[in-house]
Design a protein around this ligand. Structure first.
Ligand SMILES: *[C@@H]1O[C@H](CO)[C@@H](O)[C@H](O)[C@H]1NC(C)=O
Ligand SMILES: *[C@@H]1O[C@H](CO)[C@@H](O)[C@H](O)[C@H]1NC(C)=O
Length: 311
């Protein structure tokens, strides 16, 4: 066996191993969509996800999950003007615990509509019925060129930023007041945009690791069962406001995005992701489809090359 052949064999073997990475080890009630994960000061893990009233799940070990109820068990009528219905599903929450307080941003909209709003809820326990409505953070209408869904809070040196966006002109960044969680200015910075596949990019998350901010997005289409084509992409920047480039140096505002995780084996359309720094390193949290629904996936990420690799 020549060295070249051995190397090629090892490369194929490594690529094959990478391709068969499963959705981590998760058990219990994991039927989620657009999950976000928080870890509280006692070490309990919380997953919030899309649904009427926003779903809450807990785990003590990040493996076994139990559904504990809803953020809004009595409905959220303030979102009706954006969902276009009474007590419609609320989308893609984003959890951050700050000084023991849960900060949960979430969106209200309907499929294919720019009539969308992002709201903030807070709680000291995370439990159903404990949440206060902190009101509307920002909204869009068909007169905007972007769509106010899929919020994600990123804190950089005490400054708060919110990434958001879906289709249209892509992923944006806005400035928040840390004291209130509300907008501190109306400025909107472009972070990522595609023209391919109707500009299908959403579910942004910014994660700081080492000297880089990593902007993760979901490309292509969610929400079509086993026909879903979501895949997780990334770019990086030394500044939270960009410019972000992919591993080939292509600007994310020019359609760049390095693949992190796509459909493989029985795991269809992974996306709607969040990131968490845990004791065993950075964790990627996402949903994927099977023939019976959408489920929670959890994998560790290895950033040792400077780019995240699912392990
Ligand atoms: C997937 O696509 C096939 C072919 O178009 C269609 O028959 C099927 O209903 C779709 N399944 C879902 C869950 O959308
Ligand atoms: C990426 O795009 C931004 C905004 O258009 C621009 O300022 C920056 O120079 C571009 N960077 C690269 C590497 O092309």
């Amino acid at each position: 066996m020549s060295f070249t052949f051995l190397f090629a064999f090892l490369a194929i073997f490594a690529a094959t191993c990478h391709a068969v990475v499963g959705p981590g080890k998760v058990t219990g009630d994991t039927a989620v969509h657009d999950p976000t994960m928080c870890k509280d000061d006692s070490g309990t893990y919380w997953v919030f996800s899309t649904g009427v009233g926003l779903e809450i799940r807990k785990s003590t070990d990040r493996i076994a999950w139990t559904r504990v109820g809803l953020v809004w068990p009595n409905g959220a009528p303030w979102t009706d003007q954006f969902t276009g219905t009474s007590n419609g599903a609320l989308w893609a929450p984003d959890c951050t615990i700050i000084n023991g307080e849960f900060n949960l941003f979430y969106a209200a909209s309907s499929f294919g509509s720019q009539t969308s709003g992002i709201f903030l809820a807070k709680s000291s326990t995370g439990l159903p019925g404990s949440w206060t409505n902190e009101g509307l953070i920002t909204s869009t209408s068909p007169s905007n060129n972007f769509n106010a869904i899929d919020p994600n809070l990123i804190i950089d040196n005490g400054k708060w930023f919110m990434s958001l966006g879906s289709f249209w002109t892509g992923i944006k960044l806005m400035n928040l007041n840390p004291a209130t969680g509300h907008l501190s200015s109306n400025s909107v910075t472009a972070l990522a945009q595609r023209t391919a596949n109707n500009g299908a990019i959403e579910a942004s998350v910014i994660f700081k690791n080492g000297k880089y901010f990593y902007l993760f997005t979901s490309w292509d289409n969610c929400c079509q069962g086993v026909n879903s084509t979501y895949n997780i992409r990334v770019g990086r920047s030394t500044s939270v406001a960009g410019p972000y480039v992919d591993s080939a140096g292509v600007n994310l505002t020019d359609g760049g995005g390095t693949l992190v995780l796509a459909s493989h084996d029985k795991i269809i359309g992974p996306g709607g992701q969040d990131l968490l720094m845990d004791v065993d390193g950075p964790i990627l949290v996402y949903h994927y489809y099977t023939a019976t629904g959408s489920f929670l996936g959890i994998n560790r990420l290895d950033f040792s090359s400077g780019w995240p690799v699912v392990v």
